[in-house]
Design a protein. Structure first.
Length: 464
């Protein structure tokens, strides 16, 4: 008997390790180290270089990231030019230090430029990355911050999607006032994230996107970008099943409806799978990764390509969406990201989005975790964290573009921390002014997003 087991094992092992290598695993070619800024100064005592590095490391700490508060007015000695001996009106050379068209600049403009890049509405944490990735990210971020302009058509599309999401929430609030919808109000710009990822995926020729997303804003995504028929959703809200009459099934809860669709942009198609969501927060995260991996196996792509001469590409993109409280509270998050780059489990990187509304049901963030940011666990795997102010959809779009390029370049996980708020209660049926009165005093003083936004003013789509 035992001889049969041993010979079966041997047979299996032979197929697994074949002359072609190891099934389902290919060694990645070492990443090119020569795409950083062309001439990094060898003189590290150069004060311009030192100040630039200080902003790269610490700029995000004073960036304007929180839509519910003023930028932090804390003094950081590392960002004080006087501590580097930089005087006013000094002519300085930027060449080889900062990605800019200018090679010479005066010291005042230099500091303004650094603040504009590193302390505005996007703050990037990337000092914990490998040296080559750090250099690449600094260069890409500086390029995006200094050069990115949004074509008018793109702005119109973005405004259109945001308005759709907001009108949808208003409609549900009016027509289905007693339904728990976990609306996206206060976090509307998560739609900007999805729009940009879908479009970039089409442009880059990706085949599949696999999404795991919890309750918040799920209905908006389904009807807004994923072609889910609103009629089916409304029927469900009225107490009917999403299945046709005659089928003996009760279906899922409303906020876990699911979809499989295609997204088309500039003649390219990408297939989008929105996975069903278990109520147990974050349990979907490893499922997203496993689903993406098995999709690669079915398509015989990435690690399953037998021809090792081809560059290793991962054309199935997993998107893991999280709530701020769940992401820092659930152990499965750590377990999932710990596996992200392990042979036989790798999917070429997930893009993570935390819809950081700064609250978990009724628990304020300072009561829910011990780390400064809800995204901090991402540092465990050396992943970049891009914080962005959710009141500025154009900035969310820029942050998304940066995250997408990083994932495509390094085939590793990357995080966007979308700092926003929750305009109503957890499920709209509870009253947060009782449980979180201070926070909601601030929230109720915020103007409704969009009616006050620059995009709207620019296009006069709604009178303010
Ligand atoms: C494992 C688990 N614990 C608790 C809950 C109950 N619960 C549902 S939503 C929620 C708050 C989640 O907060 P957050 O992750 O910040 O998402 P938000 O609702 O703010 O978007 C809680 C505690 C759950 N569904 N699953
Ligand atoms: Mg939350």
């Amino acid at each position: 008997m035992s001889r049969i087991v041993v010979s079966l094992f041997k047979c299996h092992a032979r197929n697994y390790h074949s002359h072609r290598g190891i099934y389902g695993f290919r060694i990645q070619s070492s990443t090119d180290l020569n795409y950083g800024i062309s001439s990094i100064p060898t003189n590290y005592t150069n004060k311009v270089y030192q100040i630039t590095e200080a902003f790269r490391s610490n700029g995000y700490k004073i960036a304007n990231l929180n839509p519910l508060g003023e930028p932090k007015s804390i003094y950081l000695s590392s960002l004080d030019p006087l501590n580097y001996g930089l005087g006013s009106n000094e002519r300085i050379s930027l060449s080889g230090i900062l990605h800019s068209n200018k090679t010479e600049i005066n010291s005042e403009d230099f500091l303004l430029m650094l603040k504009r890049i590193y302390c505005d509405k996007i703050g990037v944490e990337f000092q914990h990355l490998h040296e080559n990735e750090k250099e690449w990210l600094a260069r890409e971020f500086e390029k995006i911050q200094l050069e990115h302009t949004m074509p008018c058509e793109e702005k119109k599309d973005l405004v259109n999607e945001l308005i759709k999401s907001q009108v949808f929430d208003n409609f549900l609030a009016t027509k289905f006032a007693t339904v728990k919808r976990y609306g996206g109000e206060g976090a509307e710009s998560m739609i900007a994230f999805f729009l940009e990822v879908f479009r970039q995926s089409c442009l880059d020729g990706l085949k599949d996107i696999i999404i795991g997303i919890p309750h918040r804003g799920r209905l908006n995504l389904l009807t807004g970008l994923l072609d889910f028929p609103p009629v089916v959703m409304f029927k469900k809200m009225l107490g009917f099943s999403e299945f046709p009459a005659g089928i003996d099934a009760t279906g899922d809860v409303l906020s876990h409806l699911t979809d499989l669709t295609e997204y088309k942009y500039k003649d390219n198609l990408v297939q989008i799978t929105l996975l069903p969501n278990p109520s147990h927060l974050e349990a979907i995260s490893p499922v997203v990764v496993g689903y993406a991996r098995s999709r690669l196996q079915s398509l015989k792509l990435a690690d399953y390509v037998s021809d090792s001469a081809n560059e290793l590409n991962y054309p199935v993109l997993p998107i893991q969406v999280h709530g701020d409280a769940s992401f820092s509270g659930q152990g499965v998050v750590m377990e999932t990201i710990a596996m992200s780059n392990v042979p036989h489990y790798s999917v070429g990187g997930s893009i993570h989005l935390i819809v950081n509304n700064q609250i978990g049901f009724t628990t304020p963030q300072e009561r829910g975790r011990s780390s400064p940011h809800c995204s901090d666990i991402m540092k465990m795997i050396g992943a970049p964290v891009i914080h962005v102010n959710g009141d500025h959809p154009e900035e969310v779009l820029k942050a998304t573009r940066l995250a997408f390029s990083y994932r495509q370049k390094f085939k590793k996980d990357v995080m966007i921390d979308l700092q926003c708020f929750r305009r109503w209660g957890h499920n709209e049926l509870d009253d947060p002014t009782f449980t979180n009165p201070m926070m909601y005093k601030v929230i109720h003083s915020c103007k409704v997003f969009l009616t006050n936004g620059i995009l709207i003013q620019e296009f006069s789509l709604i009178s303010t």
